[in-house]
Design a binder for this molecule. Structure first.
Ligand SMILES: [Zn+2]
Length: 74
């Protein structure tokens, strides 16, 4: 879209103005393409109890990272 616009018109900061306009446009945001789905990842099956521990962190929120979940495998 920016290249097409530059074909017809130009002004300083044209690209940034187009990006800002599209970010503010409700219809453009509703119809933008979705992010591609990531492939499903499967962990290998552990052979012993407590062989692997999963901990997820969220943040930063209020200046810190927070543990959100702790899952024992097996
Ligand atoms: Zn739009």
């Amino acid at each position: 879209m920016k290249a097409l616009s530059r074909y017809y018109v130009w002004w300083p900061n044209l690209d940034e103005d187009i990006e800002l306009f599209i970010k503010k446009c409700t219809r453009c945001q509703q119809n933008r393409p979705c992010n591609p789905e990531l492939p499903v990842f499967s962990w290998s099956i552990p052979e012993e109890v407590w062989e692997r521990i999963h901990i997820d962190f969220a943040g930063p929120f209020e200046g810190s990272y927070w543990r959100t979940r702790k899952t024992k495998t097996c």
